[in-house]
Design a protein around this ligand. Structure first.
Ligand code: ZN
Length: 285
């Protein structure tokens, strides 16, 4: 079978999304939205820290006024905890995030599920807690109409941020939680999954589950794996190949830039960052 050609991103704001982490959360969302729209993006994915969740309608209006649509909302609170009270609190917090996501017009809440419960070495027990926490969100997903996109994180983050680490595992969790595909999908982030020897079959097997595609790059000599992500094209990831695999499953959402880069891009003029991101989407993604 001849693979379908990649969708063209040039002059297509409707196919390009900016995750605001890329700019380091330095400015109010209204200012960020103006810049993002001016750089040729049609979508934005904001983070909870920059949205006033007491008045999401006002934030939504500011984003709309800039000419952008909200794609996803970042992100869930971690779900494995030492006490029942803390686990319940996390679920409540995630319900509030779903409410805000709905008010913003987001299609999905991105789930970073959390690592081991504090003080625990019980990896299976913590994973079971996470699954129960996700399950408890189904009524809120139903009532808000906002899905949850499970984002597997690179295994580096297993202890403290995510016990969900591969596309195949995310697909298995989706099947367990939601066989019909109404509530849970998958966010694939190039930075987190590029190393996986089973990437191609895992993506093909997850089919219609994909709800988000995040791009950045893994720098060959990365200084540290949390806040030293590379600009697309500056690292080792074959981003076009990844996008081709995801689009071959029928994914037609925007390509979303998400770069955590404390010492490089977060220190750069935001308009320069955005211009560079937009160019690299066209040339290497
Ligand atoms: Zn991501």
């Amino acid at each position: 079978m001849v693979p379908a050609p990649l969708r063209d991103l040039a002059d297509r704001p409707d196919r390009c999304c900016l995750n605001t982490a890329t700019l380091g959360h330095r400015e109010p969302i209204a200012v960020t939205a103006q810049r993002v729209a001016a750089a040729g993006f049609g979508w934005i994915t904001p983070w909870r820290r920059e949205i006033d969740e007491r008045q999401p309608a006002r934030e939504a209006a500011a984003i709309r006024a800039a000419g952008l649509r909200v794609r996803s909302y970042c992100r869930t609170a971690y779900l494995a905890h030492a006490s029942e009270a803390a686990r319940r609190q996390a679920v409540d917090d995630n319900r509030r995030a779903l409410d805000t996501a709905a008010a913003l017009g987001a299609r999905e809440l991105i789930a970073v599920v959390g690592g081991l419960a504090d003080g625990s070495r019980d990896i299976d027990g913590s994973r079971a807690q996470i699954l129960r926490g996700l399950e408890a969100l189904m009524p809120a997903i139903e009532s808000t109409g906002v899905a949850i996109a499970l984002e597997p994180l690179h295994p580096f983050y297993t202890a403290d941020r995510s016990l969900l680490n591969t596309i195949a595992q995310a697909q298995a969790w989706c099947e367990t939680l939601d066989p019909e595909g109404r509530y849970f999908g998958i966010a694939v982030d190039a930075y987190h999954v590029w190393w996986d020897p089973l990437l191609a079959p895992s993506i093909a097997g997850a089919g219609p589950r994909f709800r988000a595609l995040h791009v950045s790059d893994w720098l060959r000599h990365t200084q540290e794996p949390l806040l030293d992500r590379g600009m697309m094209g500056d690292g080792v990831v074959d981003l076009r190949r990844l996008r081709a695999m995801v689009e071959a499953t029928g994914f037609d959402g925007p390509v979303e830039v998400e770069i955590f880069s404390r010492d490089r891009w977060w220190k750069e003029d935001p308009d320069v960052v955005l211009r560079t991101c937009r160019e690299r989407l066209d040339t290497v993604c």
